[in-house]
Design a protein around this ligand. Sequence first.
Ligand code: HEM
Length: 217
Amino acid sequence: MIAFEMLIWPRKKFRRFKLGKTRVWMRWHIWIGLAVGPVGVMHSGYHWGGPLTTVLMVLFIGVIASGIWGLALQQVLPQVLLNEFPNETIEGQSDAVMAFHQSEAITMRDRLPAGDPDTTSLLDVDLMNYLQAGNKSRSRFISQRESEQLFIQLARQFVANPGEIARLKTMCDDRRRYDRQARIHGWLHNWFCVHVPLSVALCVVLVFHIVTALKYW
Ligand code: HEM
C-alpha cells in the first residue's frame, strides 16, 4: 500500500506518458492512504515496539496527518483565493507590480509639502519600505489597524492633498492584499514540504524495518 502511495510521485514526473487520470490517481492515493493507517496499527499488534518501529510509526502518523491537512487546505484555500482575489495579480508578480507603483508613490510623496521629521520618516521610510517589501519590512503600515490610524493622521496633516493621501492608502491596501494572497499560496504549497520528505523518510526506515524483520525471522 505504501509502495502504491509513493507511485504518485513518479506518476507526476512522467505525466507526459499518460499513466491514467490525475483525479483517479488522487482518489486512490487518498483512500489507500487513509486505509493504510488502521492496517499499519493492526500490523503493529498495537505496540510501539523498539526504537526503529517507534520512529517508523511516528513517521507514518506524520505522513497521514500531513496528507489529511494538505487535502483539507486544497479543499478550502482555492475557493478563498477565488472569492477574495477574483482579478488578482499572478502570484510571484506582486513585487514587480509594487515596484512599478513605487515610482508613482514617490511622485505622490513629492507633491506633499514638507512635514515635521516624524511625518517625513513615516512617509519616506515606513511607507516606502512597506510598499516595497510588504510584510518583510518592519513598517508600521503592516498592521491594518495601525495603517488606518496613520492615514487618518496623514489626511488631517495634509488637508490640501486628499487625492495624494488617498492614492498612497490604496497602494498600501494593494500591498496588504498581495501579501495575504502570497500567504495563502504559501499555505497551499508548504504542507508538501512536510508530506513528501516524511514519506521519503518513511520509506527509508521501512526498508530497514523489513531487512531487520527478515533477519530476525
Ligand atoms: C503512507 C501514506 C502516504 C504516503 C507514503 C504518501 C506519499 C505522497 C507523496 C510522495 C506525494 C507527492 C507526490 C507529488 O510530488 O506530487 C503525495 C502527495 C499527496 N498526498 Fe500523500 N501519501 C500518503 C498518505 C496520504 C493521505 C492519507 C492523504 C490524504 C488523506 C494524502 C494526500 C496527498 C495529497 C492531497 C497529495 C498532493 C497531490 C497533488 O496535489 O499533487 N496522502 N503523497
